[in-house]
Design a protein around this ligand. Sequence first.
Ligand SMILES: Cc1cc2nc3c(=O)[nH]c(=O)nc-3n(C[C@H](O)[C@H](O)[C@H](O)COP(=O)(O)O)c2cc1C
Length: 448
Amino acid sequence: MGHSDLREFLADLGDDLRHVTQPFDPRFEIAAALRSLPPDGPALLFERIVGYPGARVAGNLIANRTRLARALGTTPEALTRTWIEKKQTAFAPVSLRGRAPVQEVVHASPASVLDHLPVLTHHALDGAPFLTSGVVLCTDPASGQRGMGIHRMMIQGGRRLGILLANPPLSRFHAAAESAGRPLDVAIALGVEPALLLAAVVKSGPLGPDKMAVAGGLRGAPVELVQATSVDVAVPARAEIVIEGRVLPGVRAPEGPFGENTGCYFSNVSPVVEVSAITHRDNFIYPGLCPWSGDVDMLLSLAAGTELLGQLQGLVGGVVDLELLPGTAGFSAVIAVHGCPSTEVRRLLMLALNLDRRLKSVTVVDDDIDLRDAREVGWAMATRFQPDRDTVIVPRTEGYVIDPSSAGGEGSKIGFDATRGAGPEFDKITLEPAALRKARAVLEELLS
Ligand SMILES: Cc1cc2nc3c(=O)[nH]c(=O)nc-3n(C[C@H](O)[C@H](O)[C@H](O)COP(=O)(O)O)c2cc1C
C-alpha cells in the first residue's frame, strides 16, 4: 500500500530527505534553496521558518524519477507500467470517522491568510506570495461532480486570494455558478501525499473518473475525506492544511506577476476567493512546490505525458515511449517508436499535437534513441531529419494562456519526424566489444 499522507511519504524517504535547521524566510529564501539543488538533490524539510514558529516547509519532494517512483511504490524502470496499472484501479473515497488530523487547529473567519501560513514568495519580481500546490476542490452545484485541480493563487492581502482558473473543470463550474449569480464553494488542500497531488493534475475530461478515486488507486487505498468546516466541500482528512472559501461571482482583480511553470512571468486579471476558514494539523508542513522545477517536470511527466502515451498507444502501432521535455511546462514532447512507417509517424504527430491542448512541439525518434537524453535527441534531429520533408505544421490553433508567445490568443503547433531511413548510413557508430569490456573494467576500478 502507498502513503496515506505527506508525513508517511517523508518518513519513507530516509536519507533522501534532509532537515534544514537554520532559519529560512518564506520570502525568497526557501525558493532560492529549492531551486539551487542539483537534479538528483534530496528532498528538503525546513524546520525553522522566520515568522512562523511551529510551521515547517517541505520541497523538492518528487523532483526526480527515483523519488517519483518511490511515491508510487515502484522503481524508475517500472514507473510507466506501474502508473498505467494503478490508474486503472480506482478506489472511491471514504468518510473518516472521528476527528480529522487536518482539523486539529481551526481558524474561523481569519483576518489574514499570512497570519497563519508561510506562503512562499518565489521569484524576484513576483507581485506577492503565491500558493503553488493547492489542490482546489469543489462540487459542481448542477451535476454534483467533483472538481479537483492545482491552481495557482495570489495572496492579495487579508483574506482574499486571486485564483487562475485557466483549465476545466473548475473554470467551467465557476462560469456556471457565476452566470447564476452564485459564489462557488471551494477548499484548497495543501500538503498532501504525492499520489493525491498527481491525481489532481491528471487530464480527466468532462466524463472522466473522479480524481479522488484515481488518487485512491495510485495510493492503493481509498482517500479519507471529511466535511470542511465552513463550506460544502469534502476535503482530504490527512492533508496538512485546508483553506476554505468561496469564489466570488462577478469579481475580478489583477493577479501577478508570477514566475510561472514556463519560466516566464505571467500576469492576469482573475477571479477572487474570499477565505472563510483555515484548518491545519499541529506543526503543519507547508508544501513548497517551486514553479519551473523538477517537481513540476515530474508531475507533468506522469499526469500528462504518460497519460498521452497510453492514449497514443491505443491509436498508432509501434509507439514505445513518450517524455515531456523538462522545463517546457508540458509544451514539448519526444516520442519513441519502433518500426513505424513515415506515413504513420505523420499521423502520430497530428494526433499527439491535437490530443493535448498544451503540446506545441513533438519530435518522433526511433527507439534506439534515449528520449530522456537531450544529446541523443539532438543527434537524431541532426542526422535523420530534413526540415522541408519531415516537418508538420498545424496553424491557427488555440494558444495557451501562460505561453507568452501565443499570449493566450492564437497559436500553432509543429511536429518533427526524426526517425531514420532504411540504410546503414543511419546506424549509430559502435565500439569494438572486447575493447569496451576491458575499458569499462579498468575505468570502474580507477574511478571507484
Ligand atoms: C504545477 C501545476 C500548476 C498548475 N496551475 C494551474 C493554474 O494556476 N490554473 C489552472 O487553470 N490550471 C493549472 N494547472 C493545470 C490544472 O491543474 C489541470 O489542467 C487540471 O486539473 C486538468 O484537469 P481536467 O483534465 O480534469 O480538466 C496546473 C498544473 C500543474 C501541474
